[in-house]
Design a protein around this ligand. Structure first.
Ligand code: DX5
Ligand code: ZN
Length: 230
C-alpha cells in the first residue's frame, strides 16, 4: 500500500446484501471503489453484532484492493492475529476499546498490518498525540458506531481540522466514517479527510444484479469530494 492523500471511497459492506457479500465486494470494486470497508461488531463494544475474522478470510479472494477492517470490538488484542491471518490490509481499533490502545497499535503493526485508530464522536484528540508514531490511519467517527444509515454529526468537522493540523506531514490517512454522502463528503474533505467510508450512500438503489447505481453513487460522492479540494 503506497501512501497518498488522494480521495479514496471505501464502501462499507454493512449496507450490502448480507446473503451476497462476495459478489457485493466484486461489484463495488468493479464500479470504482478504492477500498472495501468491513465493519466488525461484537454486540458488546457496540450494540450490534455482525461477523468476525472467518468472514474476512472468506471475503479476501473477492477483494483485489485494500481490505479495510474496522474493529468495533472489546477486547481487541486477542483477535488481532486472526484478522491479520484473514488478510486485512488495515486493522483499525477504537481508542475507547480498552486501556492499552498503545499496545494494540504495536500489536497490529507487529502482525505486519497498517494500524488504524478510531475515535468515537465523544472522544477528543488529547490522547492521540501520543499515538501518532504508531498509527497509519485515524478514523473519525461521524456517527456513534453500531449501525449504518445514521446522520452525519457535523460537530466532528472541527475535530478533523485539528487532527489534520496535528498530523502535519506524517503519512497518516484521515478516514471519516458515518453518514457520508455527496453533501457531507466535501465538508469532511475540506477539513482534511482523504478516506471516505460510505455504506448507505453507495449501496442505495443497486444490487449485485443491477450494480450500475453503485458506480453512479461512487462517482457522485467522489466528484463532490474532489471539488472541495479546489
Ligand atoms: C458504523 C460503521 C460505518 C457504517 C457507515 O458503525 O462503522 O462504517 O457502516 O454507514 P453509513 O454510510 O450508512 O452511515
Ligand atoms: Zn466502519
Amino acid at each position: 500500500m503506497l501512501f497518498n492523500r488522494s480521495i479514496k471511497i471505501a464502501p462499507s459492506i454493512l449496507a450490502a446484501d448480507f446473503a451476497n457479500f462476495g459478489a457485493e465486494c466484486r461489484a463495488v470494486e468493479a464500479q470504482g471503489a478504492d477500498w472495501v470497508h468491513i465493519d466488525v461488531m461484537d454486540g458488546h463494544f457496540v450494540p450490534n453484532l455482525t461477523f468476525g475474522a472467518a468472514m474476512c478470510a472468506a471475503l479476501r479472494p473477492h477483494i483485489s484492493g485494500v481490505m479495510d477492517v474496522h474493529l468495533m470490538i472489546a477486547p481487541v488484542d486477542p483477535q488481532i492475529d486472526a484478522f491479520a491471518l484473514a488478510g486485512a490490509d488495515i486493522i483499525t481499533a477504537h481508542l475507547e476499546a480498552g486501556p492499552h490502545i498503545h499496545r494494540t497499535l504495536q500489536a497490529i503493526r507487529g502482525a505486519g498490518k497498517k494500524a488504524g485508530l478510531a475515535l468515537n464522536p465523544g472522544t477528543g484528540l488529547d490522547a492521540v498525540e501520543q499515538l501518532l508514531d504508531l498509527t497509519d490511519l485515524i478514523c473519525v467517527m461521524t456517527v456513534n458506531p453500531g449501525f449504518g444509515g445514521q446522520s452525519f454529526i457535523a460537530s466532528q468537522l472541527g475535530k478533523i481540522s485539528n487532527l489534520h493540523r496535528m498530523i502535519g506531514d506524517r503519512p497518516i490517512h484521515i478516514e471519516v466514517d458515518g453518514g457520508v454522502t455527496s453533501t457531507t463528503a466535501p465538508l469532511a474533505v475540506a477539513a482534511g479527510a482523504d478516506v471516505l467510508v460510505a455504506g448507505s450512500a453507495v449501496f442505495i438503489g443497486g444490487s449485485v444484479q443491477n450494480p450500475l447505481p453503485y458506480g453512479h453513487n461512487i462517482r457522485t460522492i467522489r466528484a463532490a469530494a474532489e471539488a472541495a479540494l479546489g
